[in-house]
Ligand binder design. Structure first.
Ligand code: HEM
Length: 440
């Protein structure tokens, strides 16, 4: 891969486009070659990110405390980091979660926090553990944690070719700087000695094996740039330049997101932690863009009322910080019966509690395997809250109006579920190979 040159003089947008394309490709490719190319591009030998803290214990106990250090847009919506890597980790044979490995994991993660600022310019990350990891122990997972392993087939009420994550852990790394994500990954696995001028003394490499590497990106311009020549997207390249997601609209508006407080576990040894769901969805954008017009797409993604009032704009620019989906919930059945369509957001907003969202979504676009998709990531206090929202999205109760999964039942017909996992994201103080019953 060769880095883009900085010698474009024709237009600034051409330069921006090539930089964006290059960054996204580098993160997707991974490895020292991609990192070297990124660094060379900026004429540096090391990443040049803001430095971390001398005392990692001064960071918030919540690993998922990202919002306060991320940028916000003019309307106050949190702007997610642009580049993401998700590593599926399995304990190396011989690695005993109760032995010295715990100290190694703690040291490796703290070294990253000393080297890189906890922010979008630096790095934010979470390390979560699967039910399979906790099954290694004789003790039961603390009763205050709701981490069943929801079966996708049961939740979706449909047969599907889905891989359930039975590895031990998922490491989610995110930064606005592609070189930072890559350098952190390399350093954490002992393939690089220096990180932002620091020399970590420990790596995860001897404790975990990387079983899967997935990547994502989000932000205006990135999906539009990636649509060029991508299989599954119409040649007309319909994704608007400003849209942060492939389906052509903004998402993650402040009033439709749970707060970090709302998704935080309150009691027990894992208080301060959260549960996380990760699923990979393949997108059928050819059908999405070619068999429906803008108004129909708004109706299916938001609600028919949004479409009728032209409330969304081209890509969501009219919505500010509140997409106004709560007000459409009561009409969901009437809309399905009388207008023959019910919106995705309209349906899932039925899973709110006392009017407030219970899921904090941090999903990103992906082109892993050259397939256009979405890594849907969300945090919630209890996994059962995710299951409730996912069942609301399936919307079985709309079948009575003829709206099955292949009908105008939200966006179901454009999605194919491929991968699915649940995790406990412990508080920072317990994130290194936790026992299921710490302190017991
Ligand atoms: C390609 C897949 C998806 C797309 C394009 C998508 C898009 C959207 C959009 C545009 C909204 C409304 C505005 C906002 O985000 O604030 C929304 C809301 C929401 N979506 Fe999705 N979504 C997808 C998958 C999912 C999945 C798998 C779930 C899992 C349950 C989900 C749960 C939610 C929830 C809980 C809300 C907030 C509803 C409320 O206001 O209470 N979405 N989504």
């Amino acid at each position: 891969m060769s880095p883009p040159t900085d010698d474009h003089t024709d237009s600034r947008s051409t330069t921006d486009l090539s930089r964006r394309a290059f960054s996204r490709k580098a993160v997707a490719a991974g490895g020292s070659g991609a990192l070297a190319a990124c660094l060379e591009n900026s004429d540096r030998t090391s990443v040049n990110a803001p430095e971390g803290v001398s005392d990692p214990e001064s960071l918030p106990d919540r690993q998922h405390a990202w919002n306060d250090v991320l940028k916000t847009d003019d309307a106050g919506n949190v702007v997610p980091p642009a580049h993401h890597v998700f590593l599926s980790l399995s304990l190396s044979s011989g690695s005993d979660p109760v032995a010295g490995a715990r100290g190694t994991v703690r040291a490796a993660l703290r070294a990253v926090e000393r080297a890189l600022e906890w922010s979008g310019d630096g790095l934010v990350f979470t390390l979560g553990y699967t039910p399979a990891y906790f099954d290694r122990f004789e003790a039961e997972l603390d009763a205050a944690v709701d981490l069943p392993n929801p079966d996708p087939i049961t939740v979706l009420a449909a047969a599907s070719d889905v891989t359930v994550d039975t590895n031990d852990a998922l490491l989610h790394l995110a930064s606005d700087d592609p070189a930072v994500v890559l350098a952190a990954e390399e350093t954490l696995f002992g393939e690089r000695e220096q990180l932002n001028g620091h020399s970590p003394s420990a790596s995860l490499g001897g404790v975990f094996e990387r079983r899967g590497r997935r990547t994502g990106f989000v932000g205006p311009g990135l999906p539009a740039e990636r649509q060029h020549g991508l299989d599954g997207i119409p040649e007309s390249e319909p994704v608007p330049e400003e849209a942060p997601f492939f389906m052509g609209f903004r998402a993650g508006f402040r009033e439709s997101q749970a707060t970090e407080d709302r998704v935080t576990i309150r009691d027990g040894p894992f208080a301060g932690g959260s549960t996380q769901h990760f699923e990979t969805l393949e997108l059928d954008l050819e059908v999405w863009f070619e068999e429906s017009d803008h108004e129909q797409r708004v109706a299916r993604l938001f609600s028919p009322d949004h479409a009728e009032r032209n409330a969304v704009g081209e890509y969501g620019e009219r919505l500010g910080r509140d997409p106004g989906v709560a007000a459409t919930v009561d009409d969901a059945h009437d809309d399905a019966r009388e207008r023959g369509v019910v919106g995705h957001a309209q349906k899932v907003a039925r899973a709110r509690e006392d009017g407030d969202p219970v899921l904090l979504r941090r999903d990103v676009n992906t082109t892993d395997g050259d397939t256009c998709g979405l890594h849907f990531v969300c945090l919630q206090r209890d996994m059962s809250e995710f299951v409730r929202a996912r069942e609301a999205m399936v919307g079985d109760d709309f079948r009575q109006y003829g709206l099955g999964p292949r009908g105008s039942n939200g966006i179901l017909q454009y999605l194919r579920l491929r991968r699915w996992g649940s995790y406990l994201v412990p508080p920072r103080s317990r994130r290194a190979l936790p026992r299921p019953d710490p302190g017991a």
